[in-house]
Ligand binder design. Structure first.
Ligand SMILES: [Fe+2]
Ligand SMILES: [Fe+2]
Length: 175
């Protein structure tokens, strides 16, 4: 049976895969000169990479074996400008379920330190689901007026993540 540490190592792979997917989305927007959407996803890619490295640090601190994973290729072709955001929202929903399952596993195994570590990620997922849901409605509404979408995304970037301060340490330092 998979242990908490095995499953956390598996989650490192999901976070790196999310990071790579966001780089692909950012490049897709960048190629269309949608600079604000591109910047938003480049930033999200770095955040996902940081999540992976926070989990790596946790496994190191717990004196367990770290397994740095290979990852599958991300999706790089999209039907229209809305599709990448739909994909991103689906990805965030999936990650939220994965984190919830990890919390349940931590509880089952009496890994209370691990459970406490994951609380920050639960909060982070709540915030990312909310902001990605907002972005999807903005892009859907503005698909025929992308300059308006760009302005909205530029404004969203202003109130950056209040959770950063309480974030767990990342291996090698957060970027
Ligand atoms: Fe993440
Ligand atoms: Fe995320």
């Amino acid at each position: 049976m998979a242990t908490f540490t095995d499953t956390l190592n598996e989650q490192v792979r999901h976070e790196f895969a999310a990071s790579q997917q966001y780089v692909a989305i950012a490049a897709y927007y960048d190629a269309q000169s949608l600079r604000q959407l591109a910047a938003h996803f480049y930033r999200q890619a770095v955040e996902e990479r940081n999540h992976a490295m926070m989990m790596v640090q946790y496994v190191l601190d717990a004196d367990q074996e770290v397994v740095i994973p290979g990852i599958d290729a991300p999706q790089v072709d999209f039907a229209d400008v809305v599709a990448p955001v739909s994909l991103a929202l689906a990805q965030e929903k999936r990650v939220t379920e994965q984190i919830v399952e990890l919390v349940k596993l931590a509880r089952e195994e009496g890994e209370l330190v691990g459970e406490q570590f994951l609380h920050w990620f639960l909060q982070e997922q709540r915030e990312e689901l909310a902001s990605m849901t907002e972005l999807l409605s903005v892009v859907e509404r503005g698909r025929d007026n992308l300059l308006q979408v760009e302005e909205h995304v530029a404004r969203m970037a202003g109130g950056e993540n209040p959770l950063e301060a309480g974030a767990p340490p990342a291996a090698g330092g957060a970027l």
